[in-house]
Design a protein around this ligand. Sequence first.
Ligand SMILES: *Cc1c(COP(=O)(O)O)cnc(C)c1O
Length: 514
Amino acid sequence: MGRNYYIDTRGRGEHPVTFTEAVINGLATGGGLYVPEHIPALTLDEIAELAQLPYAQRAARIYQAFDIDLPADTIEALMAQTYGDNFDDERICPITTLNANTHVLELWHGPTSAFKDMALQCLPRFFSASAKQLREQGKLDHDFMILVATSGDTGKAALEGFCDAEGVSIGVMYPDGGVSDIQFKQMATQRGENVQVWGVRGNFDDCQTGAKNVFGDEAFAERLLKEHHVALSSANSINWGRLMPQIVYYVSAYAQLVADGKLGPGDELDVCVPTGNFGNILAAYYAKRMGTPLGMLFCASNENRVLTDFINTGTYDIAERDFVLTPSPSMDILVSSNLERQLFELTGRNAEAIAGWMDDLREQRRFRVDETTFAKVREQFVADSIDNATCLATIKAVFDEHGYLLDPHTAVAYQTAENLRGENPVLVASTAHWAKFGDNVYRALHDLEPGAPLPADVAALSGCELNELIARETGRRDIPRGLAELDTLPIRFDEVIDGGTDDIEKAVTRFLAN
Ligand SMILES: *Cc1c(COP(=O)(O)O)cnc(C)c1O
């Protein structure tokens, strides 16, 4: 057990660490991201056999293939808790087939109705188990505070995952005014004694940069340890313990489609992912590396099309780029952290090149990869961006044709798949339940422009009431309970802070002092 170590994408970490250490550390000590030294390979038979197992055991199999340093029975027990009746479908992430060439992987059956649950029901359990084991090994003697920057969905999923976990508290920052009413209420009503939520003046990148700066402040870290017996850690998608659970559902979905007779064993399946921080699509890449017969990976962007432009040109450039608010806020992002891991892999793990590009990005707000790396990018990925109006039109068109309701993130992916598809069937990653984004689903169904005001009587409704209206109009009876009950819960958190390092550090200290 535990022969697979984790290395730093920038090559500056002192020495490789174990899985449990990588989960606890979050960011690599050298400033890069952790990746496992070895990516395990599965045979086609091993993949196909997964379909015979419940999802929790599929996950456990894959973690064991990664040879993580937790006992096998611990992993199995944790996965049984992670993927159990906290999900509203026993298949955990069922696949809806719209036609022979379009399969929708529904990743939102967890407690917060967004795909982040797939990873964030899992990571806190890995985190607690890792901390426990490191304590027993005498490598750890303090508690933790998880600090999360969120564009909406991560925050709630992390709060729900870490709520009342032992020896861990959690603080979440979201862009004030940059999340939907439902997302706001999901976070602001969070139960639990160890949780805190702040709105931040600015956009998601301001939140993320703020968090990164706080993580990089060594004097602050020392003070927290000394005065509060606490170290900061991250649940953002830069944590390997969050990325790995996402690999599982791509391997699992392939196995399921074969078992259901929708794919022949070995047939190629393309995958289309609505992309923000590049975690989800990177997981598909790793699933492919492990032997899953995936074909092209379609990177779907909204109007914040920095990734699409990168995949099409080889230059990642945010120097002149404006940040746009779109109907798919969880993809509204300029700095896409997990791209670093992807480039590390595509350069044959050239840490020096990665460190150079990341320096360029920080100093010049752009970097350009060499031609060899660009060719590798083009072998794996194609990309397209969908504008706001097309996103809403797609929701309407798919509802009219299939009676199936997409959320705006999934709509971006669906339309990208239509634009880019070749011969292979496509698995579209569906990342949120429609009822998380009722205002834009309403606009879509009523042919309103993106950003257009809702009719006065509709605008007066709460997010929950609006969802009930949509459910009545469409005949859908699938509003998840966690969303339906939000108006009945008290608002616990409504503080708004500035995003400077100092402001966040003060807020963290205030919370820990209570
Ligand atoms: C987080 C999120 C995304 C983007 O996923 P990444 O892993 O950051 O690329 C897409 N859709 C929804 C609904 C999300 O919550």
